[in-house]
Design a binder for this molecule. Sequence first.
Ligand SMILES: [Zn+2]
Length: 211
Amino acid sequence: MAPTTLKRRSVVGSTARLENLSTLVLDVNLTVIRHVPWQRAVTMMVHGSVNMLASYTTDDDGVMRELMVRSPSRSHPLPFIVSLVQYVHDPYADFLTARNAKASTRAILARDNHRCGYCGDRATTRDHIQPRSRGGLDTWENLIAACVACNNVKADRTPDEAGMPLLFEPSTYDGFDSTLQEQVWQFLMEQSGAVPSGALDGLGEDAEKAA
Ligand SMILES: [Zn+2]
């Protein structure tokens, strides 16, 4: 189970650490849904499916600045918290709100949108990334959606041994955490002066300066 504390939003902008940062996704009502890799959150921002409520910041010689990530065509603030712009039914969120949710086949398939982690085709099974016969556990981190073909081909091998690299990392189970939820609301209120139901890009830094 993930710790209940809201992650620090100020990070040192080294590439190695950047890769491991995640973005917290809230639904339209600012309810916590889950963490996603920040790369996915940036993609969602570009497609207009989420608004950024807060960005990561970096301490630049004592000056707090938005941490930016660059793509070939433009740069984006690195999102710390985003919210969906419209209600989307997220089957995985159903599992997050269940107590002690197990990484069942159904839950893993919902989490990974029924997409095979090895070939991208429609998945109907779950695969142990580190095989069970080799000590792999039934955890959210060690399970990935897989199609029957890939599951059979990979068998009792690791992705490296099988030459089947993962197309995406399995996201960990955050659990629905009322403490985290309260921290998020508190955080958003403190930085904007109001719950930013109509928050738009760039609110994070601007609101802090205005406060
Ligand atoms: Zn497959």
